[in-house]
Design a protein. Structure first.
Length: 142
């Protein structure tokens, strides 16, 4: 009668699963096995991350100084919280450029001193990025 048992039930034609053929190593053998680490690639990644952080720090410091110049030249409200915060941060970021030039006009003084400080941070962070890449072998200058 072909595909049916005597009771009228269909026969199971799916094969039984085969036992796994892979052999597992003892736990002690696996623990002593070491992974291969590509240290050159790891150093390159560290270099990329550090260079990115240095670049962003320089950009943020320059941005704070430029914002302060805009607020002073544009005569922003000196009592505004944002203006006060930016002014305080710019005073800290100007590191020695605060009294480099002392013209009679206070707007020109901020423009010159904070403008030069902003340029300093852009140049200094660019040089620092190159040094980081050279020190860590991160693939040269980008």
């Amino acid at each position: 009668m072909g595909a049916h048992h005597a009771e009228g039930q269909p026969r199971d034609v799916t094969p039984e699963p085969e036992p796994p053929t892979e052999v597992h190593e003892p736990v002690a053998a696996r623990e002593t096995e070491r992974r291969s680490v590509d240290w050159r690639r790891t150093r390159g990644r560290i270099s990329d991350v550090l260079a990115g952080v240095v670049r962003w720090v320089g950009l943020v410091l320059a941005l704070v100084l430029v914002l302060d110049v805009l607020f002073v030249v544009g005569e922003a409200n000196a009592d505004n919280g944002i203006v006060v915060f930016v002014s305080d941060a710019a005073s800290a970021a100007s590191i020695g450029f605060e009294d480099l030039f002392l013209p009679d006009d206070p707007k020109l003084e901020v423009l010159l001193n904070h403008g030069i400080a902003a340029i300093f941070w852009l140049v200094a962070s660019s040089i620092a990025v190159r040094v980081v890449r050279l020190a860590f072998g991160g693939g040269g200058v980008r």
